[in-house]
Design a protein around this ligand. Structure first.
Ligand code: DSN
Length: 425
């Protein structure tokens, strides 16, 4: 047993038992929540390193505490790597995660009461894009655009008409449950017409943008791009704001001291490592495989009668309308799949008539399974497992068989960070 775990096993066996349980859960099951991934062993090491002890309010060269020679170095590396990878002029790597990251942008560049034009939540937008239940939804005036459920298309003539009427200060795009890519140039031209800032939240697909397998909004002249660091990027849980130099001062001041105190330097160190890895050819191979796997899984599900929102995917995720497919709401479908060791999340579909805790669908994605090395054969098998379980009508024997086949399949694909640490039994 490595020394990393010694103290925990001696001093808190309840938490140690939960850790072992979670490691086993991650190793034995297929993770299909599209926002989850397995981070690098190097990142796990850094998260548990002495960088967690350090306070570093401020920015490199301008800190409010002493002893920053090493923290300045890692934050500078993280910022430089982010700018180079995403072709940005400025990067802030301090946001503690996705919500504060987006809040810092709105609060730094807009005034309370300003209008933001953003994608409707049920069509794929995110809670932090000003959903009524979020504080940002109370502070700003949100106007929504929708997509065509048949193919996911955005009607840019309609969007232009909404923008002319609403006169937004910001046009916001990006998504967490929309299975297509976006035409950033079309958003930018509408924003320019009404004098609005452009912001894209690519949190879900930041790694795919980094690998140049999906479009980069900054290439289309967007003012701001935000991404979390832990989804397709595979890093620690954090946020990155990318912008032009002209907005750098307002963004930095908004993150600190506007919204946050000391950044988590163990996370910043992990982000720096993650960004170095994301610039490699290995990562491009990974990103292409994430997209390929999503297409194979989507095809396997549709062949077995599953109805997908927009009838497929162009990115790493898909939304299955489980009510239309098998008459199960998303919560019931999530539970059935949990029972066969496949983790998904319940998901609203466009204009869902059902409530968020019992919505009409589930959301699936391939970043985590691809990290484990799963490819075409596994995606086809996972499609069979999912369709088989959802169509089993609660037959316990079918569920037990699928669970055992799924766990058996997973044994051949170690989870990074679990196998590298031996553990007591
Ligand atoms: N929780 C992440 C997601 O699942 O999309 C981001 O909010």
């Amino acid at each position: 047993m490595p020394s990393f775990y010694n103290e925990l096993f001696i001093n808190d066996q309840e938490i140690a038992a939960a850790l072992i349980g979670e490691e086993r859960r991650q190793q034995d099951g297929v993770e299909l929540i599209p926002s989850e991934n397995y981070t690098y062993p190097e990142v796990l090491e850094l998260l548990g390193s002495v960088f967690t002890n350090k306070y570093s309010e401020g920015y490199p060269g301008r800190r409010y505490y002493g002893g920053q020679q090493y923290t300045d170095s890692i934050e500078n590396l993280a910022r430089q790597r982010a700018c180079s990878l995403f072709r940005a002029e400025h990067a802030n790597v301090q946001p503690l995660s996705g919500s504060p990251m987006n809040q810092a942008v709105y609060l730094g560049l807009l005034q309370p009461g300003d209008t933001i034009l953003a994608m409707d939540l049920s069509h794929g937008g995110h809670l932090t894009h000003g959903a009524p239940v979020s504080h940002m939804g109370r502070l700003f005036n949100l106007v929504r655009y929708k997509t065509a459920p048949s193919n996911g298309a955005i009607d840019f003539d309609e969007l232009r008409a909404i923008a002319r009427e609403a006169r937004p200060k910001m046009v916001l795009c990006g998504y967490s449950s929309y299975p297509r890519d976006l035409d950033y140039a079309a958003f930018k031209s509408i924003a320019d017409e009404v004098g609005a800032l452009t912001m894209a939240d690519v949190s879900h697909y930041g790694g795919l943008v980094a690998a140049n397998v999906m479009r980069n909004p900054l290439d289309a002249g967007f003012d701001i791009m935000t991404t979390t660091s832990h989804k397709t990027l595979r890093g620690p849980r954090g946020g990155i704001i990318l912008c032009r130099k002209e907005n750098a001062g307002r963004i930095d001041a908004s993150v600190f001291p506007g919204l946050q105190g000391g950044p988590h330097m163990n996370v910043v160190a992990g982000i720096a490592v993650t960004l170095k890895k994301a610039a490699t050819s290995d990562f491009q191979v990974y990103a292409r495989q994430v997209l390929h796997n999503a297409k194979v899984l989507a095809g396997a599900l549709m062949e077995r009668g599953m109805k997908l929102v927009t009838d497929g995917t162009d990115n790493h995720m898909m939304v299955v309308d489980t009510v239309a497919s098998v008459g199960l709401d998303g919560r019931a479908a999530e539970d059935v799949l949990d029972a066969i060791a496949i983790t998904t999340n319940k998901q609203v579909i466009p204009d869902d008539p059902r409530p968020p805790l019992r919505p009409s669908g589930i959301r699936l994605g391939t970043p985590a399974a691809t990290t484990r090395g799963m490819g075409d054969p596994e995606m086809r098998r996972i499609g069979e497992f999912i369709a088989g379980a959802l169509q089993a009508n609660g037959d316990d024997a079918v569920v037990a068989r699928l669970r055992s086949e799924c766990i058996e399949m997973c044994r051949a694909f170690p989870v990074p960070g679990v196998v590298s640490r031996s553990r007591p039994n």
